[in-house]
Design a binder for this molecule. Structure first.
Ligand SMILES: Cc1ncc(COP(=O)(O)O)c(C=O)c1O
Length: 492
């Protein structure tokens, strides 16, 4: 596809002559000043998202609370902004709990998820007296009872249950069925309730929890999870002889990753551009919250755990074109950022929209294959695996009875997850700055140093227009750890 397209940019992104600007700050200048690759966050957008999501949750249910899923981005500067907006926090490890505390969250503002919580992590959570430990198995519940008994404390818990609802854009982020590793099915729940009933002096079953997946595109999946919660909470209350105080509906609210005016070539999983509201996640959350008020009643608190929808569209990654070549008719561009900085691009073939941030005045009228700097073929922003796989599937299926063009098209969409090429201005060349949009979630903490690559610097344009460093770029000496350094003696 080679259409001359303009980009449908969100309001925080504008063109200043040839350069892209975020919150009015020229990104070409920022890359010159801070180097590349560089994550740039908008503090205004982050605070705006926090306010919008909280308002949406409260519009539906007055006792709604948001526990931001800090796995999406647990940089302390980010956490502090979220806390300042009145939100609470979801953590997934002792490390995230430590960061939450460092950012100033109080124990009553923390819920703790996880499938393999250690005794030390449980001691920390129970000792602090956090809002709730979301219990993942009957075994874990007996471990919690043991720890609480030893500490002489009461552990406040919620039971994480699998509702059998398959939301989420890829298999790796579908978490609502018994095929996934999360939570308890019905048989295990009965076991857990028996344990709870026999340890009432140390276990306070305050709530139930579910989370059906990430980038869940269909509101009916969320609504079904509310109905499931209503049925399940009544049943649990019956077993325990008391109502639950809170019902945690998890996260998974989606964002739009596609910013082309026409002919978007990314798959449905990423495309919410047709959604009327600027913030589809807030619209969906309000609808879910209203359904919760209707079906669950006004007394229990309702918890939400959004991660991606809070931070993804608050940041972009600036990366420099370092090299180019041509294979046949197709030009290839080589960036200084690969999956070492955006793990999901390789792990789950995630789509990130791409702009030439130094040629905003030129139409994106040429198709390029775009790859990263790492030494394996998976390091690319197109669908290397899917394309090969699709050729083999198509060769087997074509011509078979019942395999209509529609069936083939659907299978291809499922197999080839990313576009083959990205549309950029024809003159794009080494030295140009490329922006990968919506890279604020599941990025900073997933960076690594493969191929001796330094993890990127990240800055934030604060609400007062000052530039805050969220994290420095690794120094060359950060590529070796203390033990390696000792062995090298004076050489380093
Ligand atoms: C239990 C739980 N809650 C919330 C989230 C956040 O999901 P999202 O970032 O899609 O909102 C996750 C993500 O993995 C999760 O596992």
């Amino acid at each position: 596809m080679n259409a001359a397209t303009l980009h449908q940019l969100p309001p925080q992104l504008t063109a200043r002559g040839p350069n892209l600007a975020l919150d009015g700050h020229d990104l070409g200048r920022m890359a010159t000043e801070h180097g590349s690759p560089l994550f740039v966050f908008s503090g205004r957008k982050l605070a705006g998202n926090a306010r919008a999501l909280l308002a949406a949750a409260r519009a539906g249910h007055p006792r709604a609370r948001i526990f931001y899923a800090s796995k999406a981005c647990s940089n302390l500067h980010v956490l502090k902004i979220i806390r300042a907006e009145g939100l609470s926090i979801e953590v997934n490890s002792g490390g995230e709990m430590w960061k939450a505390r460092a950012a100033g969250f109080k124990p009553a503002e923390i819920v703790f998820n996880g499938v393999a919580k250690s005794v030390a992590e449980l001691e920390l959570a129970i000792g602090l007296g956090i809002q709730a430990i979301n219990v993942d198995s009957a075994f874990e519940l007996s471990r919690i009872a043991e720890v609480a008994t030893r500490l002489g404390k009461v552990a406040t818990i919620a039971l994480r249950i699998v509702p059998g609802i398959g939301g989420g854009a890829t298999a790796g982020i579908q978490t609502g069925s018994e095929r996934s590793k999360f939570g308890m099915g019905q048989a295990e729940l009965r076991e857990a309730l028996d344990i709870a009933r026999s340890h009432t002096s140390v276990l306070d079953v305050a709530g139930m929890h579910l989370h059906i997946g990430s980038q869940v595109l269909d509101l009916p999946d969320f609504l079904e999870s509310v109905s499931f919660t209503a049925r399940q909470a009544r049943e649990i209350a019956g077993h325990l002889g008391k109502p639950l105080k809170h019902l945690n509906l998890g996260g998974g609210y989606p964002i739009n990753y596609v910013h082309r005016r026409q002919g978007a070539n990314a798959g449905r999983d990423f495309d919410l551009s047709a959604f009327a509201a600027a913030q589809p996640a807030a619209g969906m959350m309000e609808a879910v919250s209203r359904a919760a008020a209707r079906e669950l009643g006004p007394s229990p608190e309702i918890f939400f755990e959004p991660g991606r929808s809070m931070v993804a569209d608050c940041a972009l990654l600036l990366t420099r074109v370092e090299n180019m070549k041509r294979r046949g008719a197709t030009p290839w561009l080589f960036l200084d950022a690969g999956y070492n900085l955006l793990l999901d691009s390789a792990a789950v073939r995630w789509y990130y929209h791409m702009l030439n941030a130094s040629r905003m005045d030129a139409p994106a009228d040429a198709d390029f294959r775009v790859v990263g700097p790492l030494c394996d073929s998976a390091d690319c922003f197109f669908d290397v695996e899917g394309e090969y796989l699709w050729e083999a599937i198509e060769a087997k299926l074509s011509g078979l009875a019942g395999v209509t063009p529609e069936v083939l098209a659907e299978l291809k969409a499922k197999t080839v997850r990313l576009p083959e090429t990205r549309a950029l201005p024809a003159a794009t060349a080494p030295g140009d700055l490329v922006a990968l949009l919506d890279t604020g979630a599941y990025s900073l903490e997933e960076m690594f140093q493969y191929c001796g690559r330094q993890r990127a610097k990240a800055v934030m344009i604060a609400a007062d227009d000052s530039i805050v460093t969220l994290r420095e770029r690794d120094r060359p000496e950060d590529l070796v750890d203390a033990a390696e350094r000792m062995g090298m003696g004076a050489a380093i």
